[in-house]
Design a protein around this ligand. Structure first.
Ligand SMILES: [Zn+2]
Ligand SMILES: [Zn+2]
Length: 202
């Protein structure tokens, strides 16, 4: 598929709607999620629940949530703050899964793109530079989408202990602010059971 065909696909459009814009990071997440789903399906038993672990909270994580159905709110989406573009997709039943990580040379940078990106982030890009950035950024997105998987990612089988399931518990009211909170997340302070928000204020 050409980059344009991928960008016109329903899957990609859903990622774009969720994330808010099209970018190289979203495209990497899109390809990583697709690769992981494909691999996991190879030996997937019936009715397995899938868990995703991402190692970055950058743009790619949004495509992972859309495509895998593992989401922050459902409790089957976990974030490890390693600053690495890697996605592990696991079966909750077997603990077997697949880890997709970006290859060292896959993110070979276009120095002009990096330079413009920094200007954009500092907020001191001229109008001409903003226009150029838009063009270069889109080109990098397309480059990612057209790169064959084996040139982008290292894909390995993994087997691991799973993070515990999301659990529900009846809330208790914080004795300080009065707001309901999960008791297991509350703290004792001076004989009072208070929420973490209040605990942080001290
Ligand atoms: Zn983005
Ligand atoms: Zn409180």
């Amino acid at each position: 598929m050409t980059a344009q065909e991928i960008m016109n696909s329903e899957d990609f459009k859903a990622c774009e709607r969720f994330h808010g814009h099209v970018c190289p990071g979203l495209s990497i997440g899109y390809k990583a999620a697709k690769a992981a789903m494909d691999r996991l399906a190879e030996n997937r038993a019936e009715d397995e629940e899938v868990v995703a672990i991402v190692e970055t909270d950058a743009c790619s994580a949004d495509a992972v949530q859309v495509l895998t159905g593992c989401t922050f709110g459902k409790g089957n989406f976990f974030f490890r703050d390693y600053g690495k573009m890697a996605l592990t997709l696991l079966s909750r039943n077997t603990g077997k899964g697949v880890r997709v990580s970006i290859l060292p040379d896959a993110s070979a940078r276009d120095p002009r793109h990096t330079e413009l990106l920094q200007k954009m982030m500092r907020g001191n890009a001229t109008d001409a530079e903003k226009a150029e950035f838009k063009k270069v950024h889109l080109q990098r997105t397309k480059d990612v989408l057209e790169t064959p998987l084996e040139k982008l990612f290292n894909v390995t089988r993994v087997e691991m202990e799973l993070p515990s399931r999301a659990h529900m518990e009846p809330s208790e009211n914080c004795t300080r602010c009065g707001e309901p909170a999960m008791p297991s997340k509350m703290e004792m302070a001076g004989g009072e059971k208070i929420c973490r928000g209040c605990a942080e204020i001290g």
